[in-house]
Each structure stands twice: as C-alpha cells, then as structure tokens.
Design a protein around this ligand. Structure first.
Ligand code: P6P
Length: 335
C-alpha cells in the first residue's frame, strides 16, 4: 500500500471531493500534531513523572490526573493561534475557552475530552483523546456557550486518538472513516485503513457488568439474552469485553464489530447516563454511523439530541446495527 500521510489524504480529499475547507484541514492537522505530543507524554509515564493525581478536580467533580491537565493544555496551546477556531470546550474546563483577541478567530468550534479513560492512565491500559468539530453558526467575533449547543448531526468532523500498543488516529469528515497509524520513526501519521466498516452482526458486547442491579429493565433483559447464549432467545453465544476506556472499546468495535452500552443507572436517577454528549457520545456516534453502525441513547439517535448544557450526559448504546436495533426494540417494548 503506498504510504499516504495525513496531509496528503486531506489535500487529495479536498481536490477530489472539495469538502475540506482550508481552516478545517488546518484544524485536523493541528489536532493530529497535538495528539502526537500527548502520545509522547503518555508514553513516558513514570519516567516523565507524569503519573498520578494533579490534586485538582474538573467540572465533573472528578479528580484530575496530571496527564489530564497536560493534555488539555497541549490542545489549547496547539489550537488557539491558528486562526481556524473561534473557541474550544473541554471535559477538563468548566466554561468554553474563547480564542484570545491577539489571535484571528476562525469559523470552527472544537470540543474534546483530552484524555479519556483516566482511571487507566496509571495502570498502563489504553487511553485516548476524543474530539468533535462544529461550525460556528453566528457571525462576527462574539462566541458563547450557546454556539456549541448544536445536535451531533451538525458536526463537520470527529475523531479520536488511541494511545495503545499502536498510536492510531481515527477520523471522519462525513465521508466514511479512515485510520492513521503513527510512524514513530518519522513522526508521520500514515493511512493504514481507508474505509472502516462495522459488521452488522456481532457476538461481542461491552458493558460494565458490575452495575447490572442498577440498570433499567430493557438493558437487563438485553444482557440476560446475551448471557443465555445459544440455548437462549438469541441462539448464539456472546463474549464480553470492557476496557474502561471508551476510545479502546469503540476502536475494537470499529475494527471487528460489537456493541457498547453505558446505560442509565438507578444510583443517580437524575443523570441520563455517565458519558458526556458533546465530546464523547456525539463524536463516537458520528464515527460509528459513518462506519455503518448505529448509536442511540436506547430510544433516539444520539446525533439528533439537541443539547441544553455543554457538559450534559447521555446514555449510550452504539455499534453493530443488529444489536443496537435489538436494544432499541426492548426499550420501545417497555413504553
Ligand atoms: P466505568 C472513562 O472514565 C469513561 O468516561 C469512559 O472512557 C469509559 O467507557 C467509562 O468512563 C468507564 O466507566 O464506570 O466502567 O469506570
């Protein structure tokens, strides 16, 4: 396979399809470069004295790891001067970060979870960066949190980087899903998959099964069906995987199929779910749909949800079409 770099891919996509305006191309290249910097920091681990707690809390009330804070700063410093963004929003920041007046403002909004899977950082399990790109709808320099509150179907691009055995960047610009692998010797992102597709059927589900007694009935029923195996209503045996890093679980599903569930939980009934809509569920739902899968909150398409708050949470069911449809049928039967 001829080696195609990220830059060449973006240039050729623009030449052939014309759907990557210069500011969006710069945005993707800058985020990809920032992910390389994060990968280096993550890879150092204890050698860089970068493990452990930052002794601070984020807007979610979660204790921040040093690498959470560093990754957030890397993405801000990489993006604020380029003239492609109006503002950024991050899981690690209470409010939006508007591009300072000393820099030109661009037409895009960047939302991200700088380092997803923090609980895995100190135990050397794959973690990642998730990002979502929206167009700034209003005109002029003013930008506010309201500009970010767009449904996921408005995304111009989405992607994630997995810091795992390989460092991989998965990206969609609305025309399929591509995968780049970091060549550490040259520092280049090299195209290694040009059309990721999720198999419609699967035998693998991903859920944190320790929460089973707290799930709503439809989710309990679905998992019970899977556990009943070939003698049960699904007439096939299932396998379970749960990494505890959404990027790692979603990457497995994009690579070989599967269904991922993080459902509503009766312990915090006022919360629709644990995962965040704007910078976890929406980008992953865009990628999964572009790869032929489905993504719902159990009842409705995630990309149709109109957000009301920047850090709002949502239940997530995503992956192989047949399985997401089964979970949705069970929710609809409950109504
Ligand atoms: P639990 C990581 O903290 C995260 O936000 C996702 O990446 C992951 O899928 C989920 O939470 C894991 O949650 O409750 O199993 O630790």
């Amino acid at each position: 396979m001829k080696r195609v770099s990220l830059t060449r891919y973006l240039v050729e996509q623009q030449r052939e399809h014309g759907h990557i305006p210069p500011q969006l191309r710069l945005l993707i290249e800058v985020v990809a470069r920032a992910c390389k910097q994060i990968a280096i920091a993550v890879n150092k681990g204890a050698l860089g004295e970068l493990l452990g707690s930052a002794h601070s809390e984020n807007v979610q009330g979660e204790v921040q790891k040093k690498l959470d804070v560093i990754s957030n700063e890397v993405l801000i410093e990489a993006n604020e001067w380029g003239g492609h963004l109006a503002a950024m929003a991050s899981e690690e920041m209470d409010t939006i970060h508007v591009v300072p007046n000393r820099y030109p403002q661009g037409e895009y909004l960047l939302l991200y979870d700088p380092l997803d899977g923090s609980s895995n950082i100190d135990v050397n399990v794959s973690i990642g960066t998730i990002f979502s790109v929206l167009r700034k709808v209003g005109h002029g320099r003013g930008v506010s949190e309201e500009d970010f509150l767009q449904p996921g179907k408005q995304q111009a691009a989405a992607g994630y980087c997995v810091y795992g055995p390989q460092t991989t960047l998965v990206l969609t610009l609305g025309d399929g899903v591509v995968l780049f692998t970091l060549d550490r010797e040259t520092g280049s992102w090299v195209l290694t998959e040009s059309d990721l597709r999720i198999p419609e059927e699967t035998r693998e589900f991903a859920i944190n099964a320790s929460n089973q007694r707290h799930w709503a009935q439809p989710v309990r029923r679905y998992i019970d069906e899977c556990l009943a195996g070939k003698d049960g209503p699904r007439a096939k045996d299932f396998n379970m995987r749960w990494v505890g890093s959404m990027v790692a679980d979603v990457h497995r599903i994009l690579s070989r199929g599967g269904v991922f569930l993080y459902p509503w939980d009766s312990r915090e009934p006022e919360k629709p779910g644990k995962l965040r809509l704007m910078y976890e569920a929406n980008p992953m739902a865009f990628l999964v749909e572009q790869a032929g899968g489905l993504a719902t909150d159990g009842r409705q398409r995630i990309l149709d949800i109109v957000p009301t708050k920047l850090h709002e949470r949502v239940s997530v069911v995503l992956g192989s079409r047949a399985e997401v449809q089964r979970v949705t049928e069970l929710h609809q039967a409950e109504q």
